[in-house]
Design a protein around this ligand. Structure first.
Ligand code: GLN
Length: 550
């Protein structure tokens, strides 16, 4: 264990989930982090995902949810987004591991002969690799919150559970804590809350050698004291460590609810820590603001609701934050991009105060998204295009203003005579400080531009007005780029290039000056917005939508 006199030891909280998935383990972990920060402690997080993919980068977001991108270019689990939004922690490669990544590293070591001829096994080799991944965080913060993905009882999660069981022995009680999130379902027909699933889930966890210290019980209705006593008795957890995690109207209420249940006090008591009183006022103010908006704004997003809620989690939250910055509630209307191809855009988009075309990959609904952009541009409705949305704004402008009717992105039509968005052959990569090359034959994952890149803003633009800064850093995740061969023509006809890479080679932001607010960015600003610090582009987009509403 890394422990010098200069670095303090980190305390570890391990969060597991029981009964079923989707109970909000990530949010619970994030909310715990928020409460600890409210007490002046420093926190970080790690998500351990049991699946075999090395990272979620190639996974279908409609199946697995959003792929979150970190500054250092990790394609990571969407829980990283919750962690960053609720706290000051900055996530990176070391904050998300999958079974695949752990096995990959063990297998590479085996090939290099590092196990000296020994038989390589789940215990100890895989579990040691997991423990080493966790212990990288030691000494970096006061408390590290480690979330184990999946549900207790899953076969594939076992090595992680075994690793944290061992870590309790290595770290000792004052430095490790087990929190188990479980479900206490309300059975309408009986008019009763049922504790049996929780009992079974804790029994399962104990069979794996882990006695939870605290239970977070997800429930629709409050859990009264006698039921808490019952859970306490059957699960071998003190009654004041049985915490109600009741359904809330806004996810930003979770830290307050946990605090009211005494969760942060209990955590500190069990970890043997002392801090001042927590300052939860910012969270109270935030929730008050969310619950008392002055107006409601309608934003149309191209994409089906079912596809968009999990796969565009950060985007969704950023729009909420943009609303908070302007004291309004943002209502999102999801317009199917395929419907926008066959039906009239004016009909579908009527009544919206802003149009947003989000990022995406592939052909589906592209012409519909372009129709939405035409509608927003011509009718002077505030428009925000993100990544693919920015690329399509360029395509739309080239087609309808420059008259290059077949203009396209080569991702979507490789035979176009006017590839306004294309695979750039050579570019200087600020992250690696190297010249990078790309062509059609290079592999998919390898050619994505990933992570935070600098961007220089031009004066008198929407972007500069929003950020108020010369140089910004935003996170990218895309393969295709703006084609500089078309830059002069586009600029001549009124498209404004308001943000570029420092060498002026990569176009990062485009705008239309003769419009109330029309901006497309090649990066994903939604990965950096927080409820306490709404992102300037979302803030200004919503402000423009309010103006449009009049
Ligand atoms: N498909 C586009 C590209 O790869 C845009 C990606 C995105 O929107 N994240 O460049």
């Amino acid at each position: 264990m890394k422990n010098s006199n200069t670095t303090k030891r980190t305390k570890f909280i391990f969060v597991t989930g029981g009964v079923l998935s989707s109970l909000g383990k990530g949010l619970a972990a994030a909310a715990i982090g928020a409460l600890l920060e409210a007490r002046g402690l420093t926190v970080t997080f790690q998500k351990l995902d049991p699946y075999i993919n090395v990272d979620p980068g190639t996974m279908n977001p409609f199946q697995h949810g959003e792929v979150f991108v970190t500054d250092d270019g990790a394609e990571a689990d969407l829980d990283m987004g919750h962690y960053e939004r609720y706290t000051n922690a900055v996530m990176a490669q070391k904050n998300n591991y999958t079974s695949g990544r752990i096995y990959y590293s063990v297998i590479q070591k085996e090939r290099r002969g590092e196990y000296l001829g020994g038989t390589v096994q789940v215990i100890p080799h895989i579990t040691d690799e997991i423990k080493a991944a966790v212990m990288q965080l030691d000494g970096t913060v006061d408390v590290a919150i480690i979330e184990i993905g999946g549900t207790i009882g899953d076969i594939e999660g076992l090595p992680f559970v075994e690793a944290i069981r061992q870590l309790r022995i290595d770290l000792g009680r004052d430095y490790s804590l087990f929190i188990h999130l479980t479900l206490v379902p309300y059975i309408k027909a009986a008019g009763e809350l049922k504790t049996k699933p929780t009992q079974h889930s804790v029994r399962e966890l104990r069979a794996d050698g882990i006695q939870p210290d605290i239970l977070l019980c997800r429930t629709e209705v409050p859990i009264n004291d006698s039921l808490k006593r019952k859970i306490s008795m059957f699960c071998n957890v003190p009654v004041d460590a049985v915490i109600t995690a009741i359904d809330v109207d806004t996810i930003y209420e979770v830290p307050l609810r946990f605090h009211a249940e005494g969760l942060d006090n209990k955590i500190l008591e069990l970890l043997n820590m002392w801090t001042g009183k927590p300052n939860i006022k910012p969270w109270e103010d935030l929730v008050y603001k969310i619950q008392n908006p002055k107006d409601t704004i309608q934003i149309a997003i191209t994409g089906k609701y079912v596809d968009l809620t999990e796969s565009y989690k950060s985007l969704h939250e950023s729009l909420v934050h943009g609303g908070l910055a302007n004291d309004v509630k943002v209502e999102l209307t999801y317009i199917s991009a395929e419907d926008l191809e066959s039906k009239n855009a004016t009909e579908l988009l009527k009544g919206c105060h802003g149009v947003l075309v989000p990022g995406g990959f592939g052909q589906r609904g592209v012409e519909g998204k372009i129709n939405a952009i035409t509608y927003a541009r011509e009718n002077k409705i505030p428009f925000f295009g993100i990544c693919l949305g920015m690329q399509l704004a360029v395509v739309e402008y080239a087609r309808n203003v420059l008259g290059l009717t077949d203009a396209h992105s080569t991702e979507l039509e490789d035979k176009t005579d006017n590839p306004v968005i294309y695979l750039i052959k050579e570019w200087f990569d600020y992250r690696t400080q190297k010249i990078q090359t790309r062509d059609e034959s290079s592999d998919m994952g390898g050619t994505l531009r990933l992570g935070a890149y600098p961007c220089i803003l031009s004066d008198n633009t929407f972007a500069k007005a929003a950020y108020g800064e010369e140089e910004i850093f935003e996170r990218h995740r895309h393969r295709y780029e703006f084609n500089n061969d078309y830059r002069a023509q586009l600029e001549e006809k009124g498209m404004v290039i308001s943000g570029t890479s420092p060498d002026n080679n990569l176009v990062e932001i485009v705008e239309i000056a003769d419009h109330p607010w029309f901006l497309g960015c090649q990066f994903h600003p939604e990965f950096k917005s927080k409820p306490m610090k709404p992102h300037p582009l979302f803030r200004d987009f919503i402000a423009a939508a309010i103006k449009h509403k009049g």
